[in-house]
Design a protein around this ligand. Structure first.
Ligand code: JB3
Length: 208
């Protein structure tokens, strides 16, 4: 069996994740992109088409990291990879700060400068992007994306597949439900319930 990692995706997010994996001392053997992917991604050869996941598995690769920004696509490609038999690995930058009491799922990306404080939970396939801070006792759901420079105070819950736009902030003990898109720079002072898009200061539903 091979120890090198296969990265699914070959775009901007994959570039960042490959470099994190290298910082962790890992080697990325291949990226698997779609039909339009470029030949290489930060020096890693790119194979086009998800059928390559089967042939790489047959060739002995077992570890995969799904580096796709879209929450839904990341989840569905990870599910396909697990069905083939792959194990999801994490990409956690050595210069992120994670409390020893953080619980982390699989396939999670944590970028440089992110801080995750005591007894928070980061579910599988979440992205905690550059410089985001997640304070104590937060609960970040499956395939959530917390964009760069977001600030979550203590006891904040974010439901599966939600996206918090760049620089948004959430005061303590608020709940953001599943499938919510929060606009850049928004400030959440009330629970955001139901799916949909919320924007502004304070954050309000954009449309019904
Ligand atoms: O905001 C930040 C800091 N990063 C963003 C990230 C979270 O999301 C970034 O700026 C982008 O907005 C986005 O990055 P991503 O997902 O890498 O997007 P893009 O650069 O457009 O690349 C998409 C990649 O997904 C390409 O390499 C495609 O080949 C690949 N792709 C799309 N559909 C797929 C599929 N790959 C596979 N294997 N299968 C697919 O179905």
């Amino acid at each position: 069996m091979k120890d090198e990692i296969v990265v699914v995706g070959a775009g901007g997010h994959a570039k960042v994740c490959i470099e994190i994996l290298r910082e962790m001392g890992e080697t990325v053997a291949y990226c698997v992109g779609d039909a339009n992917a470029l030949d290489r991604c930060v020096g890693v050869p790119v194979l086009r088409g998800d059928e390559n996941l089967m042939s790489l598995y047959a060739a002995g690769y077992r570890r995969v990291f799904v580096a796709i920004g879209s929450n839904r696509l990341r989840n569905s490609l990870a599910t396909s990879a697990i069905d083939i038999g792959y194990k999801l690995t994490n990409a956690i930058h050595p210069k992120a700060i994670l409390s020893p009491t953080v619980r982390c799922g699989e396939g999670v990306a944590v970028m440089a400068g992110a801080v995750i404080n005591a007894e928070s939970t980061i579910d599988s396939l979440a992205i905690i992007n550059t410089g985001a801070t997640i304070d104590h006792d937060c609960d970040i759901g499956r395939a959530v994306h917390i964009a760069p420079q977001c600030v979550l105070a203590g006891n904040v819950k974010v439901g599966a597949f939600s996206f918090l736009g760049i620089g948004s902030k959430v005061i303590p003990e608020r709940t953001i439900a599943e499938n919510i898109n929060l606009g850049a720079g928004s400030v959440v002072i009330d629970d955001l319930l139901g799916s949909g898009t919320f924007v502004g200061v304070p954050a309000r539903r954009l449309n019904k």
